[in-house]
Write a protein that binds this ligand. Structure first.
Ligand code: NDP
Ligand code: NDP
Length: 315
C-alpha cells in the first residue's frame, strides 16, 4: 500500500506535529494543499486539543492527523478526545507504541509511530502500526540517543520492516525529499520548514530566528532525560555549564524547570526559553505561506526527478 493511499493524500508529505508550533491553523492549511496536516497535541490540554480538532475540521474536508507524544500527561484523555471527534489518523512518538496502537486501530484509526532506530521500527511493526516514521539525528525536538543520521537510518529500516517507512530529519526541500525516496522511503515528514510558515503558531521572534540561523546553531542534548535538539541560546549555555559539574538527573530536571518550551517557542523568549528546531533550519531563508512551501517542495522534487533521469553511469 502506498503512503498516499494509506492516508488518502495527494502528495506523500506529512507536516510534522510539533509542540507549540502546529495548531489548527497550520494543520488545516497543510491538509488543504494535499499533504497530511497534523495537530501537535503534546502542548495542549484536552479541552484545547478538542478546540483545535473542531476548528481544523471546520476549515478542511481533507484528512488530517493528531500527533500524540507519549511522554506527556493526559494521554487517556487525549485519545478520548481524538476518538470522540472521529479523527482517523494518529501519529504516536517518544514512547512505547504498544500503549495505544490496538485501542486506536480497533476504532478504525490509522496509526503511525515515530522511531529513531531499526530496533524500535521492528517493535512498532510487531504491535501493528500501519507505518513508521524513521527520524534521523538531524531532526528538531525529541530524538534518538544513538545519533543515527537520516541517510544511514532510512535504508536500514526499509530493509527491516514490511510496512511503509516515512523519512524524517533534515528534509526541508524537494531535493532532500527526492533523496529520501531514493533511499526507499514511501514519503517524508517535514517539521522545521513548516515552523517558518505564516500559519505556524510559533512566536514571530522564533520564526525570525529560524530564518536567520546558521550551520552549527543547534545541538542534541539532555540525553539523560529525553534527548532533544534545540538552539544553542543562553538557556542551552546554562545546560552546557551544568554539564561541566557532572550533574545528576535531578539537577538537570531542576534547570529545565517547567514550561521552557512554551516560553521559547510560543512566547518568544529567545534567551530563557527552549527552542526546538532541526539542523535544516540553517537552509531556511524565508517565512512563507504553507501553500507556497508545498508548491515549492513539489516543483523542486519534479525538477530533481528530471535532472536525475539524465544521469547515467557507464557500465
Ligand atoms: P482562537 O482564535 O480559536 O481563539 C480561542 C481563544 O483563545 C480566544 O479566546 C483567544 O483569545 C484565545 N487565545 C488564542 N491565542 C492565545 C494566546 N496565545 N494566549 C492567550 N489566549 C489566546 O485561538 P487558537 O485556536 O489560536 O488557540 C486556542 C488555544 O490553543 C489558545 O489557548 C492557544 O494559546 C492554544 N494554542 C496552543 C498551541 C499548542 O501547540 N499548544 C498552538 C496554538 C494555539 P482572543 O480572541 O481574545 O485573542
Ligand atoms: P513541561 O513539563 O515543562 O511543562 C508543561 C507545559 O506543557 C506547560 O507549558 C503547559 O502549559 C503545557 N501543557 C499542555 N498540556 C498539558 C497538560 N495536559 N498537562 C500539563 N501541562 C501541559 O513541558 P515540556 O514540553 O518542556 O516537557 C514535557 C515533558 O518532557 C516533561 O516530562 C519533561 O520533563 C520532559 N522533557 C522535556 C525536555 C525538553 O527539552 N523540553 C527534555 C527532556 C525531558 P501551561 O504553561 O499553559 O500550563
Amino acid at each position: 500500500m502506498t503512503l498516499r493511499n494509506l492516508l488518502n493524500i495527494k502528495y506523500p508529505i506529512i507536516q510534522a506535529g510539533m509542540v507549540w508550533c502546529s495548531g489548527w491553523e497550520l494543520a488545516a492549511a497543510s491538509a488543504n494543499t494535499g499533504i497530511l496536516g497534523v495537530i501537535g497535541s503534546g502542548s495542549m490540554y484536552p479541552d484545547i486539543l478538542d478546540h483545535h480538532i473542531k476548528k481544523c475540521q471546520s476549515l478542511t474536508k481533507r484528512p488530517f492527523g493528531v500527533n500524540v507524544p507519549l511522554l506527556y500527561p493526559d494521554l487517556d484523555q487525549h485519545v478520548e478526545v481524538i476518538l470522540k471527534n472521529n479523527v482517523k489518523i494518529v501519529i504516536t512518538s517518544a514512547g512505547n507504541p504498544a500503549q495505544y496502537t490496538q485501542i486506536l486501530k480497533s476504532e478504525g484509526v490509522t496509526v503511525l509511530h515515530v522511531v529513531s532506530s531499526t530496533k524500535f521500527a521492528l517493535k512498532a511493526e510487531q504491535v501493528g502500526v500501519d507505518a513508521v516514521i524513521a527520524e534521523g539525528f538531524e531532526a528538531g525536538g525529541h530524538n534518538g540517543r544513538e545519533e543515527t543520521t537520516t541517510l544511514c537510518l532510512i535504508p536500514q529500516v526499509v530493509a527491516a520492516v514490511n510496512i511503509p517507512v516515512v523519512a524524517a530529519g533534515g528534509i526541508g526541500s524537494g531535493k532532500a525529499m527526492h533523496a529520501a525516496l531514493s533511499l526507499g522511503a514511501s514519503g517524508v515528514q517535514i517539521g522545521s520548514r513548516f515552523v517558518a510558515s505564516k500559519e505556524s503558531s510559533a512566536h514571530q521572534l522564533f520564526k525570525d530566528l529560524v530564518v536567520d540561523s546558521s550551520e552549527g546553531d543547534t545541538v542534541l542534548t539532555l540525553k539523560e532525560l529525553a534527548p532533544v535538539r534545540l538552539v544553542k541560546n543562553d538557556f542551552y549555555k546554562k545546560i552546557e555549564m551544568l554539564y561541566h559539574s557532572k550533574p545528576t538527573k535531578r539537577e538537570l530536571y531542576q534547570l529545565l524547570g517547567r514550561g521552557r518550551a512554551k516560553k521559547g517557542m510560543f512566547e518568544g523568549d529567545l534567551i530563557n526559553g527552549e527552542l526546538e528546531i532541526g539542523q535544516v533550519s540553517s537552509g531556511i531563508n524565508e517565512i512563507k505561506s504553507t501553500a507556497d512551501i508545498v508548491k515549492e517542495l513539489v516543483s523542486e522534487f519534479n525538477e530533481t526527478q528530471v535532472k536525475m533521469a539524465k544521469i547515467e553511469l557507464p557500465v
